[in-house]
Design a protein around this ligand. Structure first.
Ligand SMILES: [Zn+2]
Ligand SMILES: [Zn+2]
Length: 222
């Protein structure tokens, strides 16, 4: 919900010289637009490798948070299968519920309906995400293809470009770890580095004696 989906910042430039040759500009946000990005009309910004805008989280799903989306769907499917297995085991195979009264039967039926509907909904979405990773054709790409329009995706996405480079962290709900040199390639843009001496410090201590910020000189009245 609060993750950065790979929004293109104001000072973004092309990641490679080849990218720079392609005319990429978004007139709506008035900045560089990587070839693999789409402009989101809800968020009013360009998002790299944008899959779709999710109305439930009110955020885009893109290059930097697709991992969270896929993991969420997998977790939902696991809990749905577990719920259905419980219903099948205790309600069907062991037949316990018939001795426990009507309340247990109703609650078990609700659990079964919940598990079934969750599996149907998130299972379908999970299948689409797997296809999106295998083909590189995401949700927006699919809709555009249906209308015969050109798409930004279409190249299969390596798992490391979705889940990060540390395989140990893949099943955990952590932001994907992309090495800096690889991240620009994944996002399709980079930001020019500001030399440290020109960078404004976030916080500077105040001198107890002079009351001035460190590095600041007292201005003598003219
Ligand atoms: Zn834009
Ligand atoms: Zn959006």
């Amino acid at each position: 919900m609060l993750t950065d989906p790979g929004a293109v910042p104001r000072d973004a430039i092309a990641a490679t010289e080849d990218d720079a040759k392609v005319d990429g500009f978004c007139a709506k946000c008035d900045r560089y637009k990587p070839s693999k990005a789409y402009h989101c009309s809800k968020c009013k910004r360009c998002v790299s490798r944008m899959d779709h805008h999710c109305p439930y989280t009110n955020n885009c799903v893109g290059a930097k948070n697709q991992k969270h989306m896929v993991l969420f769907l997998i977790y939902c499917n696991v809990q749905a299968v577990y719920a259905l297995a419980l219903v099948a085991y205790y309600g069907g195979y062991r037949g316990y519920l018939y001795d426990e009264g009507w309340l247990a039967l109703v609650l078990t039926a609700l659990l079964g309906v919940d598990g079934g509907m969750t599996l149907l909904f998130t299972g379908t979405m999970c299948r689409r995400q797997v296809i999106s990773m295998q083909t590189g054709i995401g949700t927006i790409d699919r809709l555009k293809l249906a209308k015969g329009k050109p798409i930004a995706g279409g190249t299969p996405i390596p798992l490391s470009s979705i889940f990060g480079h540390t395989v140990l962290f893949w099943p955990l709900p952590l932001d994907p770890d992309f090495p800096p040199e690889v991240e620009a390639e994944i996002l399709g843009f980079r930001c020019p580095r500001v030399a440290d001496e020109h960078r404004e410090p976030l916080w500077r201590p105040v001198s107890q004696e002079t009351g001035l910020l460190s590095g600041e000189e007292r201005k003598e009245p003219a």
